[in-house]
Design a binder for this molecule. Sequence first.
Ligand code: SAM
Ligand code: DTB
Ligand code: SF4
Length: 322
Amino acid sequence: MTDSPLRHDWSLEEIQRLLDQPFNDLLFQAQSAHRAHFDPNAVQASSLISIKTGACSEDCGYCSQSSKYSTELEPEKLLPVKDVVKAANIAKEKGASRFCMGAAWRNPTDKNLDQVIEMVGAVHDLGMETCLTLGMLTDEQAARLKVAGLDYYNHNLDTSPEFYGEVVTTRTYQDRLDTLARIRKQQINICSGGILGLGESRRDRASMLQQLANLPQHPQSVPINMLVQIEGTPLFGADDLDPFEFVRTVAAARLIMPHSHVRLSAGRSNMSDELQALCFLAGANSIFYGERLLTTDNTEADEDRQLFKRLGIRFAETTVNS
Ligand code: SAM
Ligand code: DTB
Ligand code: SF4
C-alpha cells in the first residue's frame, strides 16, 4: 500500500461514504491502513486514575461526576501525590505504558495545577508516559504543563458540533477546540476523541471524525468510548448502539487518521471478546487497562491479558520519547 500524505480536508460526505460501505469492505481497508503504519499485533495500554472525583460544575449528560445530577458517586478531594504514585507503580507493573490522571473540573485553578504538576513529575520519574485530563486550560496553564514535561493532554470533542448542545450546555464546542489549540501550541501530544451511544446519528459520528481529522494535526491518540450508562444522568436508558456501528467508527477513525493511536476506550466491560477483537481488526491499537476507569469498573487486567494471549497481541512499548 502506498503511503499518501496525511489529510486535513475531509468532507462530511467522504467520511459518511466510508462509514456507509459494506462492513467487510470497510474493515479490509482499515486493517490494510493499520498494517501500513503499525505493528498489527501490538496494543498500547494506558491506565487511569481519578485524582479528583465528582462535584463538577459542568452538565455533561453522560457523566457520573456532574453536580447537576444525583448519582451514587461519593465526591473526593484532590488525592495526595503519594497515592497517585502508588497507583502508577501498580499500573506499570501490570504492563501499562501511560498513566492518565483525570479530574472532575471545568478547569483547574493555578493552585490545583501546582499539585498536579508534582504528580506529573513523580509519574514521569517511574519511566511512564504521563497524561492529564483536567478540563479547560488557559495559555499560561498549558505552558506550565509543557515545562513540567507532560506527554499527553486528553480533551475530548465527545460528539459532533451539531449534536453537542443535546449533551452539554455549560460550555461550547468552540471552548473545547480552543483548549485543544492551546495544548497544540505548546506541542503537548493531544488525546482527543468521543463517546458513541449518546443517541447520535451516523452522520454525527462522521461529523465528529471530520472535526478530529481536520484539526491542524491529527490527535496522537483518539479515544473512542462507548457510553457507560450511569443511573441518575440524563443519558441513562439511552438506546444501545448497534455494536457494528462502534466498529465502523473505529475503522473510519483508523482510515482518516492513519498515524494516530485509536483507543478502544470506555465500555469494554460490556463488550464481548469477539467485539473487542473486531475493534482491533478495525485498527484500534490502544486500550484503557486496569480494573477502574475513572468512576466505573473496567475489564479486569487478567481478562485482558488472557484475551491478548488468545489473539497473539503484545503490549506496545511507549509511543513517545520523553
Ligand atoms: N473534566 C474533564 C473533561 O471533561 O474534559 C476531564 C474528565 S472527563 C470524565 C473525560 C472524558 O471521559 C469525557 O470527555 C468523556 O469523553 C469521557 N466520559 C465521561 N463519562 C463517560 C461515560 N459515562 N461513558 C463514556 N465516556 C465517558
Ligand atoms: C477518555 O476518552 N475516556 C476516559 C479518559 N478519556 C479520561 C474516561 C472514561 C470514563 C468512563 C466513565 C467513568 O469511569 O467515570
Ligand atoms: Fe465534569 Fe468532565 Fe464529567 Fe463533564 S465529563 S461533568 S467536565 S468531569
